[in-house]
Structures are given as C-alpha cells and as structure tokens.
Design a protein around this ligand. Structure first.
Ligand code: PEP
Length: 253
C-alpha cells in the first residue's frame, strides 16, 4: 500500500520558541502511526537542525525543508542549496509550492532542476502542483496540472520518480477556507495517477503518494483522505494549531 502522509507546512510562521512549543504539543499528543503512515514537518530553514533533533528516533516522522535552490552552489546570496540540506540530514523538501511559483516566479523548468538535485542527494521532493481558479473555471484543470507533471517530472526514470511525492493543491483552495470537495480531489488525483500510469505503467503509478492540499483541517481531513487516490494531505493553516493537526493525522487511512 502507498504511504499515507500528513505533511505540515508552517510557511513563514512561528519563532523558534513558538515552533518548538507547537512541535512538542503535537509529539506529546495521543496518536499512533501505523507502519504505512508518515508525518512530515516542513519547517523554516533556521529551525531545521533544532527540530530534527526533536524527532530523532521517532518512527515515520521527518523534518522537511520548504524550498531549495535550483543550482548546485555558488554566488546566490541568501539561498540554500540541496547539498546544504543533505549535510544536515534532511530527507524531504517541498518543491514548487504555488506561493513559490507565484511570488518567486518559479517555472516548471526550474522546478525540474530542483527535483533533479534533490533526488541526486537522496532527498524526496514533495512536488506541488495545482491550478488557479480561472483555469478551473475554464475546465482545463486536468490538462494544466498534467502538464506541470510532464514538464517538471517526466524526464525522470521509473526509479527516480518512485521517490517523488506529489501534492495536488488547487490554488483557489489554499489558505482560503474553500476546500475542494472530496470528489473534486479524487477526480484530479485519479487523473494524475492515470497520467503517471500512461508514462510509467500501473505499478509505478500505484506506488506514488499523491497528497491533497488546500484548507485541510481536522473537520474535513478524514473525508478527503478516505478517497481512494488521496494519500493524505499537505496542510498549511491547520498545521499551526496542535489540536487541528493531530485531528488531521488521525484522519489518515
Ligand atoms: C499549503 O500551504 O500548502 C496549504 C495547503 O495551505 P492551507 O492548508 O492553509 O490551505
């Protein structure tokens, strides 16, 4: 069975003290992960080392970076390279969050470079994709999101793509409180899996986790995650409140 994943994305929120308190509250909450379930915490760069030590020895829990640079190293002041992340033991990295695409003009081609560097350093990219409201309203969402996969991922070998996690995040549902219905999420996830199957075959496609993101919270997680092609969620706002995120975790299949 595919990994079922609850991934927290703190974005640019929380001081070190606040973040440490939040993570401690989550870690001390009453939940159990099955062998098949994983938690990811996508944390701001300055806290990656501290928070990694907080989850040391905990099964199926990982700290993720929220971004990385698309070049190996060099004169890119203020940026963080994939090998820097690897050197502090990071195993997961968000790539292509819609906020990065929109505010930092990240293209599908740049994201392909990030994916390549991550995989070369044994970091699993959580590749984010999703359409805007105008694309959804025009009915072209399947083609648009399929093309994001095509341009950023489909140069990968079967072995490499098997280490990618996909997060479908319709932009109109991120931080808006407007969640895609469970049926809308399932429809897109099934489409993406069929696109993956056409390129890589059913075995590969059936083993890639596809997370849903967009206003997931404690009250709607279980319903969305119950869909057959939804393998958990990437969670922003609700991941900043321990009780909410614990409910999201409990909603995993
Ligand atoms: C996100 O940041 O990836 C996200 C889905 O945010 P939110 O849960 O707040 O909509």
């Amino acid at each position: 069975m595919r990994k079922q994943i609850a991934a927290a994305n703190w974005k640019m929120n929380k001081t070190l003290t606040e973040g440490t308190t939040l993570l401690n509250e989550i870690l001390s909450a009453d939940f159990n992960l099955t062998e098949n379930q994983e938690l990811l915490f996508a944390i701001p760069f300055p806290y990656l080392i501290n928070t990694s030590s907080m989850i040391e020895g905990k099964e199926n829990m990982f700290i993720a970076a929220q971004n990385c640079h698309h070049k190996v190293s060099g004169a890119y002041t203020g940026e963080v390279s994939v090998s820097m992340l690897s050197s502090i033991g990071i195993k997961y990295c968000l790539v292509g969050h819609s906020e990065r695409r929109e505010y930092f003009a990240e293209s599908n081609q740049t994201l392909a470079e990030k994916v390549n560097l991550c995989l070369a350093e044994n970091i699993k990219p959580v590749f984010c994709c999703g359409e805007s409201l105008s694309i959804r309203d025009s009915g072209n969402q399947n083609e648009y999101v399929g093309n994001q996969l095509n341009e950023s991922l489909f140069h990968l070998s079967e072995e490499k793509i098997s280490n990618v996690i996909i997060a479908y995040e319709p932009i109109w549902a991120i931080g808006t409180g407007r969640t895609a219905s469970a049926e809308q999420a399932q429809e897109m996830h099934a489409h993406l899996r069929s696109v993956l199957a056409t390129k890589y075959g059913n075995d590969v496609a059936n083993n890639i986790s596809i997370l849903y993101g967009g206003s997931v919270k404690g009250a709607n997680a279980a319903e969305i995650f119950s869909m057959p092609d939804v393998d958990g969620g990437l969670v922003g706002g609700a991941s900043l409140v321990a009780g909410e995120f614990v409910q999201v975790i409990k909603g995993l299949k």
